[in-house]
Design a protein around this ligand. Structure first.
Ligand SMILES: [Zn+2]
Length: 475
C-alpha cells in the first residue's frame, strides 16, 4: 500500500468508514470504528463547529495507532492549514435567486407521501395526458455512483460499463486535490482535470463531494465552513470543466470520526442549510438504497454502499424492504414499489476486487440487476433523476380539448427553470386513427415515441417544463 496522506485519507477511509462515521451501518463492508466520544459531546463553538481542542483527542488516538486516519490527519494538518490560508478572505457568494414565485429546490423532508402511488397511468380519452412517474414511463429508477474520485479505477470502470451494456455512473468528486493541487503524491487518486474532462465528454456525470471531505473541519485552523465546501466545489468543477453545471452534492463521511457532520445528512444536519442554498439536491448514505417515489427527501437522497450485499436476497428481515426486486412489487403495503434505488462504491483496486472481495462481488451482482432490468428501470444519472423528481412533484399539466388534427398541452412546474431543465416524459392518449405522431414546442421538434396499450395509441413526449405550449400532430 502506498503511503497515504491528505486526500487519500478521505479516499481510503471513506471506503471503510463513510457509512459508519455518520450512523451505525447495518451491514458495513468493514468493521465499525471503535467507540468514540459522541459527536455532540465534542468541544464545539456556538455554531456547533469543532474547537481546536479536538486535536488533543486526535493526538491521543494517533499515538495509540500510528497508522490510523487520526495519525494521518495530524500529520497533514499543517498542509491543510496552509491551504485554508489561501481562502482567508473568502466570502460566500450569493446564489442566483429564482424568479418570483419559483422554488430553488424542494428542501423539505416529507412526512407523508406527496401524491398517491399508482401503477402506470393510461389516460382514456384522446388528448388526455399525464406526467410519467419516471422517464420513458419506466416502472422504477436506479442510479449508480463512485465516491471519492477513485481515479486509478477509471480504466476498469470503462470496461465494466461495456460489460453491463453502458452504466450511467456519476463520479462524486472531492475537488481540492485534483491535479495534485495540494498533495502531489496523492494526485493520481484524486485524478487530473484532463481525465475528468474526458470522462465527462464520454457522457458520465460529475458532481460535488465537497472540497475537502472533512479533512479538517475546524474553523480555528482556517476552515471556511460548509458554505465554502458547498459553493467552492461548484465553482472549481464548473470553472475547470467546459459546459459543466454542478447541481448535486454528495455529503462526505468522515475518515476521522470526530470530524463527522453534526446531524449527518439528516434534516437537522449542520451542513444542510449551506447545501440547500447552493444545490438542487443532495445525496446521503447509510443503510437504505431505495427512495419511495412519492416521498423523496431531495436533500437526503437515500443511497447505500454498506448494504449492497443485502440488496438481492438477504436473510436479514430488516433489509427485506431494501431488496431491489421491491421496486417492481405492486403490493399496496410496499412503499418502495416504483421507487428510486441508489448505490455507490469507492475504490475497487482497478477491478481486482471484483474477483476476490465479497463486497465488490455483491456490487457486481447489483450491476447485473441494473442491466437485466433496463426495460423496467430508468437507469438515470442521480442529478438528472433529482431534477426530474422535483419537476414532476410540482408539475401542472394542462391538456387542451382534443382537435381532429392536433392535440396540445402546457406543462409548468414551481421550480426555477434556469436550474430545473431536465425533460419530463408526458404520456398523451392519441386518437385511435393516429399511427405515429410528431411533437413540437416553439417550432422545435420534441422527442416522441408512440406505444400501444390495450390496442390504443399513446405518445411519450419529452418536454422541458415551463417553455410553452406543446402540440402533437399525426404523422
Ligand atoms: Zn466520500
Amino acid at each position: 500500500m502506498m503511503k497515504r496522506t491528505f486526500a487519500s485519507l478521505a479516499l481510503f477511509a471513506a471506503a471503510a468508514l463513510s457509512a459508519a462515521a455518520q450512523e451505525p451501518a447495518k451491514t458495513a463492508a468493514a468493521p465499525a470504528p471503535p467507540a468514540r466520544t459522541k459527536l455532540q459531546e465534542l468541544p464545539r463553538d456556538e455554531k456547533g463547529f469543532l474547537k481546536p481542542e479536538v486535536w488533543a483527542l486526535i493526538e491521543a488516538d494517533a499515538k495509540a495507532n500510528p497508522t490510523s486516519n487520526e495519525a494521518r490527519a495530524l500529520q497533514s494538518r499543517p498542509m491543510i492549514k496552509a491551504y485554508y490560508a489561501t481562502y482567508a478572505t473568502w466570502t460566500a457568494p450569493e446564489p442566483p435567486a429564482p424568479p418570483p414565485g419559483r422554488l430553488r429546490n424542494l428542501s423539505d423532508t416529507p412526512k407523508t407521501p406527496r401524491f398517491p402511488l399508482t401503477g402506470k397511468v393510461w389516460p382514456a380519452k384522446p388528448g388526455e395526458a399525464s406526467v410519467c412517474l419516471w422517464e420513458d414511463d419506466k416502472l422504477a429508477a436506479m442510479s449508480l455512483g463512485v465516491d471519492d474520485n477513485s481515479a486509478g479505477d477509471l480504466p476498469y470502470w470503462r470496461e465494466l460499463s461495456k460489460k453491463y451494456g453502458g452504466l450511467a455512473i456519476t463520479w462524486n468528486l472531492i475537488t481540492c486535490n485534483i491535479n495534485g493541487a495540494i498533495d502531489k503524491g496523492r494526485g493520481p487518486s484524486a485524478g487530473s482535470w484532463a481525465a475528468w474532462k474526458q470522462l465527462r465528454d464520454e457522457g458520465y456525470h460529475l458532481v460535488s463531494h465537497s472540497v475537502t471531505h472533512l479533512h479538517d473541519p475546524v474553523p480555528a485552523d482556517g476552515w471556511p465552513g460548509p458554505d465554502w465546501e458547498a459553493a467552492e466545489s461548484i465553482r472549481t468543477l464548473d470553472s475547470h470543466l467546459p459546459g459543466q453545471k454542478t447541481k448535486l452534492f454528495v455529503y462526505p463521511g468522515a475518515g476521522v470520526s470526530y470530524f463527522g457532520i453534526l446531524g449527518g445528512y439528516y434534516p437537522n444536519s449542520s451542513w444542510r442549510p449551506a447545501i440547500v442554498k447552493y444545490y438542487a439536491a443532495a445525496r446521503g448514505g447509510g443503510g437504505e438504497a431505495i427512495n419511495p417515489a412519492n416521498q423523496i427527501d431531495y436533500f437526503n437522497i437515500h443511497a447505500t454502499t454498506g448494504s449492497v450485499p443485502d440488496l438481492l436476497g438477504s436473510t436479514n428481515p430488516r433489509m427485506a424492504s431494501q431488496n431491489l426486486n421491491k421496486l417492481f412489487d405492486p403490493d399496496p403495503k410496499n412503499p418502495n414499489y416504483r421507487g428510486w434505488a441508489n448505490i455507490f462504491i469507492h475504490f475497487i483496486n482497478n477491478g481486482k476486487d471484483f474477483d476476490t472481495n465479497p463486497f465488490t462481488i455483491a456490487y457486481g451482482k447489483t450491476l447485473a440487476f441494473y442491466n437485466d432490468h433496463r426495460a423496467d428501470l430508468w437507469t438515470g444519472f442521480i442529478d438528472d433523476v433529482a431534477l426530474y423528481g422535483q419537476e414532476r412533484d410540482t408539475a401542472t399539466l394542462t391538456p387542451e380539448p382534443a382537435g381532429a388534427a392536433e392535440l396540445a398541452f402546457t406543462l409548468t412546474t414551481q421550480m426555477d427553470p434556469a436550474v430545473f431543465d431536465y425533460p419530463l416524459t408526458v404520456k398523451v392518449r392519441l386518437p385511435d386513427a393516429w399511427q405515429a405522431a410528431a411533437a413540437a414546442q416553439n417550432h422545435a421538434v420534441l422527442p416522441v415515441q408512440v406505444i400501444r396499450h390495450e390496442g390504443a395509441p399513446y405518445a411519450l413526449v419529452k418536454v422541458v417544463p415551463d417553455r410553452g405550449r406543446v402540440t402533437l400532430a399525426p404523422r
